[in-house]
Ligand binder design. Structure first.
Ligand code: ARG
Length: 602
């Protein structure tokens, strides 16, 4: 009887199963149910479902039979080996309109073939209700993404560009997944460098009030000059050191000069953010200053802080150096600020997931203060449990010579120039294709910008972030291969097919049916349905390249479909136009998540 009741509740469950967007999860739910019926009470199993590799018999496979067999064999089971367990898993699969067939292969792989009808219906539904209905749901409500974070008056370099691009994408993916994201620019605005900068400013511009950006010129050069003076002139050095104390003590004249320097830097940074269309809220190191003493005091009262060579440090297992939290001169440092910012984000901002995007070179710093925070009981022991912190590290940007990326003219790369060059080059390419004669100057400019900036972003995002990547304009702006240009053009071509058909696509969505009868149509449809699970994976593992890979695959599948099937004028025209539209919708969402502006005409 117990068994019968269980079956009944299972059946009800299957009937009420709504597609939430995450295809893999839906398949998992079916196998979960089947496994609960198949295995004896009390056996705990974790459902193992994976997308099948191309060319394999199913769309998804359940790989539990072998593992389950090794658990239950010899314990009076009715099964005779893994294939029999697989058969039972297959047989116990609840009835669902999602499933076409389910069969067992080899030593017990259970292969599930999805119903093409159901697939088509789900895509139709997405076209009507919008792709946001496919958005993943993550187990957090609020997250902090700490990214970009250049240092005031110092160089904003390609590393900061990578951080800006990767951080923005992660923020976008989390936002799409209904997480409230606090996009934080943790600028370095509180170092000892301000002493010398301020004194130098006083010397060069006694009338500090009226100093403008143009008067100072390049803040980086200003920094270098003040540094030279600091190193060579002992009187100046002394003055600068006193200036730090006066600034940190809150002297209004020094605070004003500091604010001025920050403002000039901010205007510089804003130019990069504007071009990239990246939004960020600045909460720099200085913001946390009023809280530091208390936070370090709390760690001290927990017995974590010890004396070492005049400094105050936290010893951590697994690290051969301690984490310094108070310098020997009594001042605070990068780590004390980061600990305080973490405290603030957890307690004041109530963030459940805090993600830091910097080069891998800073990994040790992050691992150390994360560990200190665990020791203080601010974070759970397990690093996958929420509230959770993650350091998203990335590799270097290299030039063609395989060394750190530099321009010929100077030893630093001005990011604004770099982005402008990408745009200029893409404009030249468009003019070579005669687009200046076809389009208005605004259209040309807009497209050049979308393609140029998109190319820079995509070149950065498509590789696993931990690997170094080579910055090469020719490569990233090529219209062949895995580039933004290729993908943007592919999208534009789909849009142009829809336009050329002369059909009102919104009307078609309401009146026509989508069919996935041919293998290429079905393969494309299946890939579309895997969008949400891909975003979820990219989000959970903080890997934008997963989404890039998906997008590239999508355009490849579209090409396979389009190269063998006629769209306009074929008997299947309406259905195929809907499939084109669904592809374009998913591509646009990918572009959006990658921070790339789509192009509709090419
Ligand atoms: N300003 C630092 C740098 O340029 C990056 C800051 C990253 N964020 C943080 N919370 N530590 O290297």
């Amino acid at each position: 009887l117990a068994f019968a009741t269980r079956l009944k509740s299972v059946a009800t469950m299957a009937a009420s199963q709504e597609f939430t967007g995450n295809l893999k999860r839906e398949v998992e739910k079916l196998f979960d149910t089947s496994l609960r019926i198949t295995v004896p009470d009390g056996t705990s199993v974790e459902t193992e479902v994976a997308a099948s590799l191309p060319g394999k018999p199913g769309d998804y496979q359940c790989n539990n039979a072998m593992g389950l067999w090794s658990v239950i064999k010899g314990k009076g089971t009715q099964f005779r080996g893994p294939p029999a367990v697989g058969q039972a898993i297959s047989k116990n699969l609840p009835a669902s309109e999602m499933v076409e067939t389910c069969s067992v292969a080899g030593p017990g792989f259970v292969n599930l073939v999805l119903s093409s009808k159901w697939m088509a219906k789900s895509i139709e539904k997405m076209l009507i209700d919008g792709i946001d209905t496919w958005a993943p749901t993550l187990p957090v409500k609020r997250a902090v993404v700490d990214f970009s974070s250049p240092n005031i008056a110092k160089e904003m370099h390609v590393g900061h560009l990578r951080s800006t691009i990767i951080g923005d994408t992660l923020a976008r993916m989390l936002e799409y997944s209904k997480v409230e994201v606090l996009r934080r620019n943790h600028v370095g605005d509180w170092g000892t460098q301000f002493g010398m900068l301020i004194e130098y400013l006083f010397e060069k511009f006694p009338d500090t009030e009226s100093v403008t950006e143009t008067a100072i010129g390049d803040l980086q050069t200003f920094y270098k000059k003040s540094k030279t003076k600091f190193d060579e002139d002992t009187d100046f050095k002394e003055k600068a050191q006193k200036a730090v104390v006066r600034l940190q003590g809150g002297d209004p004249i020094y605070r004003k000069a500091w604010a001025k320097i920050c403002e000039i830097s901010r205007t510089e940074f804003a130019k990069v953010y504007q071009r990239l269309k990246v939004e960020l809220e600045e909460k720099g190191e200085s913001f946390y200053n009023p809280y530091i003493a208390n936070v370090i005091g709390e760690l001290d009262s927990k017995g974590l802080v010890e004396e070492s060579e005049g400094a105050r440090v936290i010893f951590l297992e697994g690290f051969n150096i301690p984490l310094m939290v108070v310098k020997s001169d009594g001042g605070f440092n990068y780590a004390s600020t980061d600990l305080t910012a973490l405290w603030y984000r957890l307690n004041e901002e109530k963030a459940e997931w805090i993600v830091y995007v910097t080069d891998v070179g800073q990994q040790q710093h992050f691992n150390m203060f994360f560990k200190a925070a665990r020791k203080a009981g601010w974070l759970p022991e397990s690093d996958k449990t929420y509230p959770r912190v993650d350091h998203v590290g990335f590799g270097l940007v290299l030039g063609d010579d395989g060394k750190r990326f530099r321009t010929r003219s100077s030893d630093v790369v001005r990011l604004v120039d770099l982005l402008d060059e990408a745009k200029t080059r893409s404009k030249t390419a468009l003019i070579e294709r005669g687009k200046d004669k076809e389009w208005t100057p605004e259209e040309l400019d807009r497209t050049a910008e979308a393609v140029g900036y998109g190319a820079v972003k995509y070149a950065d995002l498509k590789n696993n972030r931990l690997t170094n990547y080579t910055f090469n304009f020719d490569q990233m702006l090529s219209d062949k291969g895995n580039t933004a240009v290729y993908l943007l053009y592919a999208h534009a071509r789909i849009c142009s097919i829809i336009r050329k058909s002369g059909k009102d696509i919104d009307e078609l969505k309401k009146t026509e049916k989508l069919a996935l009868d041919h293998p290429e149509e079905r393969a494309l449809g299946l890939h579309l349905l895997r969008f949400a699970e891909t975003v979820e994976e990219a989000c959970s593992n903080l890997l934008p390249n997963v989404l890039c890979h998906y997008l590239y695959d999508l355009s490849e599948r579209y090409t396979s479909f389009y190269s063998v099937h006629q769209v306009i004028g074929s008997p299947e025209e309406a259905s195929r136009l809907l499939l084109c539209e669904a592809t374009a919708v998913v591509m646009r969402k990918c572009f959006h998540l990658l921070g790339i502006t789509p192009v509709y005409k090419i």
